[in-house]
Ligand binder design. Structure first.
Ligand code: BGC
Length: 808
């Protein structure tokens, strides 16, 4: 059956049309069986597909953080990741994935830095285009987000970003433009913030003028969740769908506005046309193309993206890959309990996680001893109980009736938005995490409860906590962002099974709020076995390192540092992790530091350790990928997608707090590497930096200008090392006449693979845009450029002069 949008539209009256533009709940749009339309389901995004339930009982394949995907510098890898996500979406009945996030890494303080790709618009756009192509190949839609200039979190709902037209075009809009033109996304998400005085959900100049008018975008525009504020201004300003529902600015209020003459019905018709087109594209409309089939192995992709993303920042002594050491000391709390993904709406729940400790235990060669010590623990809340616990969640009504039961992998309930199947906001009164724990060690065990409101914890028949848990002076709502923890201790004996129960009563304020539209049931039971005091833990780790051949120290950030909803205030590693590394390095010359963070952190000891390996938030298979790379089965394939400052003060933008509601992007087009270069600041590691396990000679570079003002470039590189490897060839353009442009910028890249001794040639297209600036319109700057084929921004290997000119 062909898709006749006007025929469908003709069957809908005004109320029916308006209803299709408003969420019926948090994640879905209403169905219209009379025209063969299913309910469209939207879901976060971007490292996995959460589905409509925010809970562990519906797990998702969890890929490495977006920063990691970008560090692969390979759009084809992003296509494959996207295809896996489409498969996940189809498995969960999701039509539209709320991803990718293509805001720029303007400041390392950005709370969602981990969720964006890069400081560079070309790299961001190319990875984003690959991701979108992959997801849509699988018949699933995307919403490229957050359009536009949402590169920070502080006051994100209201802040007005003041940014010059040139920086807006050349930087912040550029990835969206590239993705729209190259990958033809079926959706865009309008951001919370304003740009130059107009909030993005009603920004007609950018939504209708630029996105649809100039770029030819034909998909739908959805509001970020709760971003649409005004019925008339949003409808007339280019927004198509307001989420979440059921209380939104569209729906009945939109129909009323049409009847009142404030919005023309033809505007609503166009909005509905775009929703119907989305339904047709994603298979939600009767007769639209059949669902795609695929059988992609999620674990395998997660593991491959991880090792392809790991960036070997330094390896001065060649300690990596490890050469059959007799003993390895694995150190750090994050080695056993890694941070595999960033916080906020990007959260998904993996079915299983391979920690560095698990991964190394599996892979350690015969004859090598592996020992673990915590050393320093940066976590400020105890991790949810998991090992040796057998737990389930029991949902109960007010009279204690059992409503439903769910298995738990870890003792944490995060039901945000929707409740798991079988539960109803009107009857659910409490949830109990219940089961047993088999202690592995005799001594003092610490249990911790989090969750706003009334809680009761009993362990081994003893009530350890029974009361109200709220932050000092805070109420139920403030405690959503500010997690408050109560710790209690109990002595337990190795091998003696005990009963454990934590009951959480949903606070009445929350229930009221919930009855409206949104469930918010979050609480957890944390646990820690007997541990030495912090000084003794450090000593123990240092002693272990001193007697081992190699020390692998895993350091990183925590959920309190990198998440949606707030920006960072420091780039320092939390807790005593710097001290731990310094002390371990002082006793072991083969200290390898593994950095488990989604965004830049300061590494003050970086020159004193043998190697630094950045693994980002590596997703569910991170520990396996780490073992692959440490033992040399795979090489670390990543290159930095953003410049890492030596210290926060060196970063180009160190304040992302709006002043009186306004955030000035005063640096214009100088962000990232261009800003460091302009200021003459030496960062810790430049954009594009990263080593593999082999060496490369750049043998030939030829540039052939084309008539459109761009060029085709051929580069030949040879693998001069002893093992197969991959190189990311980076092309930078530096204008001979600089004028008001940066020194040089990324103009193209390609990732190539070759065996030992082999040479490989790659063709890279430089588009005319690389030589254009925005001056009330795109203007091509003809003239001579130095074209460099480089290993990183700071390591040109070959260069040549090229004259770019637009003849046609
Ligand atoms: C985030 C979006 C996300 C949405 C739905 C918002 O708070 O900014 O990125 O897709 O919530 O969870």
């Amino acid at each position: 059956m062909s898709f006749d949008v006007d025929a469908l539209l003709a069957e809908l009256d005004l109320d029916a049309k308006a209803s299709l533009l408003a969420g019926q709940d948090v994640w879905t749009l209403p169905a219209r069986p009379d025209i063969g339309l299913d309910s469209l389901v939207l879901s976060d995004g971007p490292v996995g597909v959460r589905g409509v339930r925010w809970s562990q009982d519906d797990p998702s394949v969890t890929l490495p953080s977006p920063t990691a995907l970008a560090a692969g510098w390979d759009p084809r890898l992003a296509v494959r990741a996207g295809r896996l996500l489409a498969q996940e979406a189809r498995r969960k009945g999701v039509h539209v994935l709320l991803a990718p996030t293509v805001n720029l890494q303007r400041s390392p303080l950005g709370g969602r830095h981990f969720e964006c790709y890069s400081e560079d618009p070309l790299l961001t756009g190319m990875i984003g285009a690959g991701y979108v192509t992959g997801v849509q190949d699988g018949g699933v839609g995307v919403t490229v987000k957050h359009f536009v200039a949402n590169d920070f979190e502080t006051e994100r709902f209201t802040a007005d970003v003041r940014v010059g037209e040139r920086a807006l075009r050349e930087l912040y809009l550029a990835p969206f433009e590239l993705i729209v033109k190259r990958a033809k996304p079926w959706g865009i998400m309008a951001a919370y913030n304003s740009v130059n005085g107009t909030t993005m959900t009603q920004h007609a100049a950018l939504l209708d003028g630029v996105l649809r008018g100039e770029w030819g975008f034909d998909g739908f525009v959805v509001s970020d969740w709760l971003a649409a504020r005004d019925t008339v201004a949003s409808a007339n300003g280019g927004l198509d769908v307001a989420m979440p529902g059921p209380r939104t600015v569209f729906g009945a209020r939109l129909a009323e506005a049409v009847r009142g003459g404030e919005v023309d019905e033809s505007v609503v018709d166009d909005m509905v046309r775009r929703v119907l087109l989305l339904a047709h594209r994603t298979g939600a409309l009767e007769g639209s193309p059949a669902a795609h089939q695929s059988e992609i192995d999620g674990d395998a992709i997660a593991r491959e993206v991880a090792h392809r993303s790991f960036v070997l920042l330094s390896n001065e002594t060649g300690v990596l890959p490890l050469k059959q050491p007799q003993s390895i000391a694995l150190i750090g709390a994050l080695a056993a309990d890694p941070k595999i993904l960033g916080g906020g709406s990007a959260t998904v729940f993996p079915a299983h996680v391979v920690s560095p400790l698990d991964g190394l235990r599996k892979a350690v060669p015969p004859g090598t001893d592996l020992a673990f010590a915590t050393g320093a623990d940066p976590r400020t809340t105890l991790p949810p109980a998991t090992d040796n616990f057998r737990l389930r969640a029991i949902a109960k009504a007010a009279d204690g009736t059992r409503l439903a039961e769910f298995p738990l992998r870890e003792a944490k309930i995060d039901w945000i938005g929707e409740l798991p199947a079988g539960l109803d906001l009107n009857t659910l009164a409490s949830v109990e995490i219940e089961g047993t724990y088999l202690p592995e060690r005799t001594g003092t065990h610490t249990f911790a409860v989090t969750g706003p409101g009334d809680l009761r914890l009993t362990v081994a028949g003893r009530t350890l906590f029974d009361g109200v848990n709220l932050p000092p002076g805070g109420d139920v709502f403030t405690s959503i962002m500010q997690v408050n923890e109560q710790r209690r201790e109990i002595d337990l004996t190795d091998g003696e099974l005990v009963d454990v129960s934590l009951t959480y009563w949903i606070p009445s304020e929350m229930a009221e709020f919930a009855r409206g539209s949104f469930a918010w049931v979050t609480f957890a039971l944390g646990h820690r076995g007997p541990v030495p005091d912090p000084d003794a833990a450090l000593e123990e780790a240092v002693a272990l390192a001193a007697k081992s051949d190699v020390a692998v120290v895993v350091v990183g950030t925590t959920a309190e540092v990198e998440s949606e909803g707030f920006d960072r205030t420091s780039l320092a590693l939390p807790g005593r992790q710097d001290e731990l590394v310094t002390r371990v390095a002082a006793v072991n010359p083969n200290t390898v530091v593994v950095v488990n963070a989604g965004s830049p952190v300061e590494l003050p000891w970086r020159a004193d350790v043998a190697a630094v390996l950045l693994t980002w938030f590596p997703g569910q298979a991170g520990g396996d990928a780490l073992a692959d790379v440490l033992f040399g089965r795979e090489e670390p394939g990543g290159r930095l997608p953003t410049t890492w400052p030596a210290k926060l003060e060196d970063a180009p933008v160190t304040d992302v707090t709006p002043q009186e509601g306004v955030l000035e992007y005063g640096e214009g087009v100088y962000i990232g590497y261009s800003a460091y270069a302009a200021k003459g600041t030496q960062p810790a590691y430049w954009f594009g930096h990263g080593q593999g396990y082999t060496t490369w000679a750049y043998e030939e570079l030829d540039g052939y200008p084309d008539e459109e003002g761009g060029a085709r470039v051929r580069v030949r590189v040879r693998n001069t090392g002893k093992r197969r490897g991959r190189e990311v060839v980076q092309l930078y353009l530096a204008p001979t006449e600089r004028g008001d442009r940066p020194d040089r910028w990324l103009a193209g890249f390609a990732s190539v693979e070759a065996g030992p001794g082999e040479a490989v040639e790659t063709d890279i297209v430089i588009t005319p845009r690389s030589a254009e600036v925005w001056r009330d319109g795109w203007q091509h700057i003809a003239g001579e450029y130095v074209l460099a084929a480089s290993h990183s921004y700071a390591e040109p290997r070959l260069s040549t002069r090229i004259v770019l000119q637009k003849i046609r």
